[in-house]
Design a protein around this ligand. Structure first.
Ligand code: UD1
Length: 421
């Protein structure tokens, strides 16, 4: 298995181009199942997870054409061959569950394997299923598969989520576009990826109000049409690279970065004495004087601090001046990076859902590995600042979510290479 080697300890300087959002693209692609016309997505990121979603859609009979080196996807679901999402594909990526709502809404039946995905806690899909049931679907769980039927179509319903779920909001939002009558989603997720999905669905002819707020109202229509939609910028990739100069020193411009996508991170970076300025092309992040300040951070649904940036933030706080507390409230098992950071000389004490991080003066390079995407990239960030060489194993996690990671960091002067094994 490939690994990445980093010789750390040098400040960064350069520009990084921010790609289209993985998580937006992964929910926009299944939206193609809602119409027999072509959905064209531009600014798609080139990532293993996007390939997995492509494979899943192709296995259902969706015609997928790639152009512009994989940045433009044309998806056409006019002759579906199957409504079965097989375990072999679904187990690789939890977002596969997002085909369930669209398949059911347009075809009246679907069989979807229960998902796998990152090893960050139990991550059930009960909210997706309860919502579809409230819309009249008949569901049965058998042999690891969800067998779903709605022979006469779905019906609008009022669904109040007991807690915020991005995936459940997306699945039900898509399903509701073709349901009979009005669906109201209460305590809905407000993530920018939801707003991007709603914008695309509106272009396809859907009637949606309230996206970006906690109550979304959808009036079902008889059919949707095709459209062309540009995937929004990846705020997690953006946030990850914003933390790079904060941890290693120096100054990096994030091209295509938008302040409003990462406001909660900027607040924390500024609290830690990192400068964030707007430029003509994006955002410039610099740490030029002194160590980062210690701080407390707690993850929360958008607009709160993203759980997908928690690991990267923890890497930065390992070198902060003082004691920080990092609280994870979304996933119950998302501190897998902590023991690896300890191997690099960090001081972290995990107590349940909180990690107490005592800043150290230096991290040292070490062989490390992580079992999920964001934990892996947090180790890359730590490697940027560490003395000596860091080897990050299990690189396939990184390839799921970071396009051309080595090239982007090399462009900022980082000594980084992929070792093929
Ligand atoms: C999405 C993102 C992921 C991010 C997460 C939270 C994609 C492809 N993935 O994941 O990167 O970390 O949002 O911002 O967009 N839950 C249930 N029952 C459900 C659904 C969720 O208990 O039916 C729980 C989960 O276990 C978790 C919490 O709700 O503890 C939030 O999960 P959710 O927002 O659904 O995350 P995903 O959509 O899977």
């Amino acid at each position: 298995m490939d690994k990445i080697a980093i010789k750390g300890g040098k400040p960064l300087s350069g520009r990084i181009e921010i790609a289209g959002a993985k998580n937006a693209c992964l929910t926009l692609m299944p939206a193609a199942l809602l119409t027999d016309e072509t959905l064209e997505l531009t600014n798609a990121p080139r990532l293993a997870d996007i390939e997995t979603m492509t494979k899943l859609l192709v296995s259902l009979g969706v015609a997928v054409e790639l152009s512009e080196q994989g940045r433009r996807l044309a998806l056409r679901a006019n002759a579906l061959e199957s409504t079965l999402a097989h375990y072999e594909i679904v187990r690789r990526m939890r977002a596969s569950i997002l085909v369930l709502g669209p398949l059911l809404a347009r075809h009246g039946h679907a069989t979807v394997s229960l998902p796998g995905g990152c090893a960050i806690g139990a991550r059930p899909v009960d909210l997706h299923l309860k919502g579809l049931e409230a819309m009249g679907a008949d569901l049965e769980l058998k042999d690891g598969y969800i067998h779903a039927k709605a022979p006469t179509g779905l019906t609008g319903a009022t669904i109040e989520f007991p807690f915020v779920s991005v995936g459940a909001t997306e699945n039900l939002l898509m399903a509701a576009t073709l349901a009979k009558g009005v669906t109201v989603l209460k305590n809905a997720a407000r993530e920018p990826e939801i707003v991007d999905l709603a914008r695309c669905l509106r272009k396809m002819g859907a009637e949606i109000d309230g996206d970006g707020e906690d109550t979304i109202e959808i009036e079902g229509v008889d059919r949707l049409k095709g459209c062309t939609h540009r995937v929004l910028a990846d705020r997690i990739e953006l946030g990850t690279y914003m933390i790079a100069p904060a941890i290693a020193g120096g100054s990096v411009e994030m091209v295509g970065g938008k302040r409003r996508l990462v406001a909660s991170l900027i607040e924390k970076l500024e609290e830690a004495n990192i400068s964030v300025e707007d430029t003509d092309d994006g955002i410039l992040v610099s740490r030029t004087n002194g160590p980062v300040g210690a701080l407390d951070v707690s993850t929360a649904p958008y607009p709160g601090f993203p759980t997908d940036l928690q690991a990267q933030m923890m890497s930065m706080l390992c070198l902060a001046d003082g004691v920080s507390r990092v609280e994870e409230t979304i996933f119950e098992n998302r501190f897998m990076h902590a023991p690896e950071l300890l191997r690099m000389g960090a001081k972290i004490d995990v107590q349940g859902g909180t990690a107490v991080v005592t800043g150290v003066e230096k991290l040292r390079g070490a062989p490390v590995m992580a079992t999920d995407l964001r934990a892996s990239v947090s180790l890359i960030l730590a490697g940027l600042a560490a003395e000596g060489e860091t080897f990050v194993n299990r690189v396939y996690h990184l390839d799921r979510g970071y396009e051309q990671l080595e090239e982007k960091l090399r462009g900022c002067g980082v000594d980084i290479e992929r070792i093929k094994e």
